[in-house]
Design a protein around this ligand. Sequence first.
Ligand code: DAH
Length: 347
Amino acid sequence: MADLNELSEKLNGIRKEIKTELEKLESSKSVFEYKKTIFDSKTGKVGSLMREMGKIPNDMKAEYGKRVNEIKTWAQDLFDEMDEKFKAEEMRLRYESEQIDVTMPSIKPKHGYLHPNTLIRNQIVDIFGSMGFEIYEGSEIETDYYNFTALNTPDDHPARDMQDTFYLSDKFLLRTQTSAGQIHVMEAKQPPIKIISPGKVFRSDDDATHSPMFSQMEGLVVDKGITLCDLKGMLDVFVQKIFGEGTSTRLRPSYFPFTEPSVEVDVSCFQCQGKGCKLCKGTGWIEVLGAGVVNKKVLEGCGIDSDVYSGFAFGIGIERIAMLKYGINNIKHLFESDLRVLEQINE
Ligand code: DAH
């Protein structure tokens, strides 16, 4: 470097170049990158100036050092200023893009529903619970004795043909009816007895209204002076609560080995109010459950004195009630977990 004039010229050139380059930059990141090249101690326009000290005549060294430091500070300030400016703008844009409109309606999280079977089961449990019934939950595997024999259905009884049974061995089977629970309860306890027993039952049966596995709710009341009238009165309350006020029941003679007399219970059609429609097949009535007065033989078999006590029993098909109430025409819809079906039913 010959003289200070030449140095000034060189430094002014660098300043000008930095200014021009900075004007082209558009982000804090590009400022950072550019600054790195300028301050690089080997190749940088400003960073490498000190390396030239060796070539500077001694009497100029002090002035050279001073000027180099000046340009360093100048460049540093300039980069800081640019960096700050870009960062402020970048922050503003980020806030703008991430802005949350708290007045927007929220996205509703998808939530699950209770299965129609569970809904009906809960409703039935609530209704009978409010009438003072206790819950007895039996087991799905039963012995032949509890499922049939003790319910007055001995080995050679033709009623066994009414239910196609899944036998597990000579003695054990999958219960075909929750009625088996009646025997366990009556064996364990003397009257007064007032229980419902919900649970799964199994039969080798498969069509639009039958499934090999389905659910029932058994009911049993045993006490002094219980008659069919008590059953009728209680069922009227039940159907009004489950199918709506204004519905009533009708008893038709039927046959079950464990009840005498036995009845089929119809409910007045809750869709046409008894006028006759597709649901009730024009009759105004829909069959909903089986019931009857507990057969004396069954009471005696459980050690209950049938001269002192009497009782009534009933068995409700949960799926049947769910299908009627929610207008489901195929029992399979209740087991296929198709959300399009299940989402329509939520109470
Ligand atoms: N267990 C019978 C069935 O599965 C239903 C039934 C009928 C239960 C009459 C009862 C009853 O308790 O009294 O078909």
